[in-house]
Design a protein around this ligand. Sequence first.
Ligand SMILES: C[S@@+](CC[C@H](N)C(=O)[O-])C[C@H]1O[C@@H](n2cnc3c(N)ncnc32)[C@H](O)[C@@H]1O
Length: 220
Amino acid sequence: MDMTDERWRYTGEYSREVFGRQDAHLAGLMSEAVAGGLPDIAVSADVGRLLMILTSMTRGKLAIEVGTLGGYSAIWIARGLAGDGRLITIEREPLYADFAQAQFARAGVADRIEGRRGAALDILPQLATEIEAGSVDVVFLDADKTEYPDYWAIVRPLIVAGGLILADNVLGAGSWWIDNEDDPSRIAADRFNRLVASDPDFEAVAAPLRQGVLIGRRMK
Ligand SMILES: C[S@@+](CC[C@H](N)C(=O)[O-])C[C@H]1O[C@@H](n2cnc3c(N)ncnc32)[C@H](O)[C@@H]1O
């Protein structure tokens, strides 16, 4: 059967209906964020659940997120961490970072999430000097798509064997899709996908959930 726009829309709605169960706080978080001036660009609940499940399949000790927004995906990731696990999440917009911090407290995960404020390409190199190579269990990329190949170059050595590289929007976003040849985000997402897919130490796929989630695992 051919894929149509209508069928793709239904597929997304179906996935969110069946796999998007969430508590009242998470269900209302993005409406509150939008009322507070944040853009409505968080992952969907089914993608959030995927992040939680995948995180819980690692040692769950240390995770890094690039692109906090209002803290929605960070709360899902934090819920997949081990009891003593920690998430460092990076956001350049102070308004968004403040909003997220309040949500972490409400979700009861503030003790396991550290927010770092600033541009990812300033913060990640700093983190790389603080964190031992091969000690990060999960990296989730969800900030500037044109910078994904640069984020990858910095975070790759930090990921432990058995750890995961996860990235949202690897097949598209609101304004582009992977078949729009000239879009800078598309070009960078394609470059990133191919870098991870061809890395001899990683195995990866892009799951076509919502706008495409890359799931890569360090095998050695
Ligand atoms: C798609 S939103 C993140 C959504 C969030 N991960 C969620 O699902 O709840 C992208 C976020 O990345 C931030 N961002 C974009 N470019 C950035 C950069 N270069 N450095 C740090 N943050 C950035 C934006 O301000 C925005 O809050």
